[in-house]
Design a protein around this ligand. Structure first.
Ligand code: NDP
Length: 281
């Protein structure tokens, strides 16, 4: 019987962070303290947890983080003024604005104001354009992490049929672009796709990022598929599960990411790596 390969994001993320420790140490020898500015507006509890985790992971690899916790009532002008200041501050190498922002602030406008060369999230329109022109400068961390996880496991995507479920700006669209850049044949699906499950069954590589607990079942995939599950959902029992029914799909897949421990840890590792890259430049 075929053994399914588990695409272990925790292990690879650990490896990347070990390498980053050495790189930050070399930077510090040159008198450069790589630094990430993290802006959090309001009191969204999930965002607070993400920000806390980012701080911890950054400190572990020798990256400095500068916290900017702004009140829920912050105006767009106030946030733009802070970004303008950080853009020209040579001691700051990366700027991250934790989303979602409160409704009085237009997040697209904020994203576009961040200096593209400090845009660790890769959300600035210039960086998005560079990705689509196959000349990426700064990549969104989650799709970047997925590509690294596939590469680590010697999964070559060239010539394969990759089906992406979901078309968000932070996962679906950029992972589709990265797969296309890597010579996959890419199908992008979404909530209006008529024959979704017919398409997922054709996938050699299936990337699922929709936010629906255990949506993809064994009948929706072909044997030998490589499955990347981006979803993070709580099921009825309160357990963290992906968009893929792992118990059903794992036995027939060639390789699959677990949830948790797959894509999640990679996202944060790539955020740290991008900050270090910016500091090295
Ligand atoms: P969004 O809500 O921004 O986008 C969801 C996408 O899925 C949309 O394109 C939507 O289609 C599509 N979709 C929703 N329901 C269906 C359906 N029934 N059939 C087909 N397509 C559907 O989500 P994100 O991309 O931000 O996140 C997706 C999941 O990934 C979430 O669970 C999130 O928590 C997780 N996530 C995990 C990360 C990690 O580091 N592990 C990082 C980022 C996200 P349409 O465009 O038509 O509305």
């Amino acid at each position: 019987m075929m053994m399914t390969e588990i695409l272990d994001g925790r292990a690879l993320s650990h490896k990347i962070r070990q390498q980053l420790k050495q790189r930050t140490a070399r930077l510090r020898e040159r008198g450069i303290v790589p630094a990430l500015a993290v802006i959090l507006v309001g009191t969204d509890s999930a965002s607070q947890i993400y920000v806390r985790n980012k701080h911890r992971a950054a400190a572990e690899v020798g990256l400095a983080t500068h916290d900017f916790k702004l009140p829920e009532t912050t105006t767009e002008e106030e946030l733009l003024a802070l970004i303008a200041k950080l853009n020209v501050d040579p001691s700051i190498h990366g700027i991250l604005v934790q989303l979602p922002l409160p409704p009085q602030i237009d997040s697209a406008k904020i994203t576009a104001e961040i200096d593209p060369s400090k845009d660790v999230d890769g959300f600035h329109p210039l960086n998005v354009g560079q990705l689509f022109l196959n000349n990426p400068q700064s990549l969104p961390c989650t799709p970047h992490g997925i590509m690294r996880l596939l590469a680590e496991h010697q999964i070559d995507v060239a010539g394969k049929h990759a089906v992406v479920v979901g078309r968000s700006n932070i996962v679906g669209r950029p992972i589709a672009a990265l797969l296309l850049n890597a010579d996959a044949t890419v199908t992008v699906t979404h909530s209006k796709t008529a024959n979704l499950r017919e398409l997922t069954r054709q996938a050699d590589i299936l990337i699922v990022a929709i936010g629906r607990a255990e949506f993809i079942k064994a009948a929706d995939v072909k044997p030998g598929v490589v499955v990347v599950d981006v979803g993070m959902n709580r099921n009825a029992a309160g357990k963290l599960v992906g968009d893929v029914d792992f118990t059903e799909v794992e036995p027939i897949a060639e390789a699959i990411t677990p949830v948790p421990g797959g894509v999640g840890p990679m996202t944060i590792a790539l955020l740290l790596e991008q900050t270090v890259k910016f500091a090295e430049r």
